[in-house]
Design a protein around this ligand. Sequence first.
Ligand code: PGA
Length: 227
Amino acid sequence: TVADLKGVKEGKLCLTVVTTGKYFIPRLLGSFCQIYPHVDVSLQVTNHHQIHQRMLENKDDLYILSKPPEDIDLERRAFLDNPLVVVAPKNHILSNQKNIPLSKLQNFPFILREVGSNTRKVIHKIFDDHNLEIQVRLELGSNEAIKQAIIGGLGLSVLSKHTLTSSCYEELCILDVETFPIHESWYVTHLSGKKLSVVAQTFLDYLLVESENYTADRQYDLAHSHH
Ligand code: PGA
């Protein structure tokens, strides 16, 4: 068939990506599906805990996340930086300060993600490691809702830089806090025993090549290149 001649792949691709992956993976899937229009994609976006559950049930071909679980035998490849940053409303009183001591964050209320989120765990860990108290003002189950709550003046939060698209910088800013950004990576993983389908292997290879042209700083650079 014509499809075979062009090397076109057919079949289903099941992916689950961590919440912050939704700012990157759908676009990449778009260009992938233009090359391989006969691939039928199922994309789930969820937090680390839910991805762990899906792995235990062997639900997907590939999983994209920043903290691959230790208790599951996985093949993993780090492919992109996932820096975590302290986010504040644009005109926050700390917004022009450099190298803000971590302890200053105790004076401000925080907005946390839901239980099961790795971002939430990282915030708790950094406060605990430095014997600091965190003032939790509220918990929200989505990065987008947290951004809106920050804009609304409800508090500060720690988010992946990937969640900050260029338009966010009109209303939000990143605080220059010591020990931040926290450097995490995204990993693409699959269960070790699992033989990948041709489609899944093709997408994995595509992801590794394409992500080389992308960084979490891209949106920030776009937002700041205009002035
Ligand atoms: P989370 O992970 O949704 O579990 O907080 C996000 C991330 O690691 O980027």
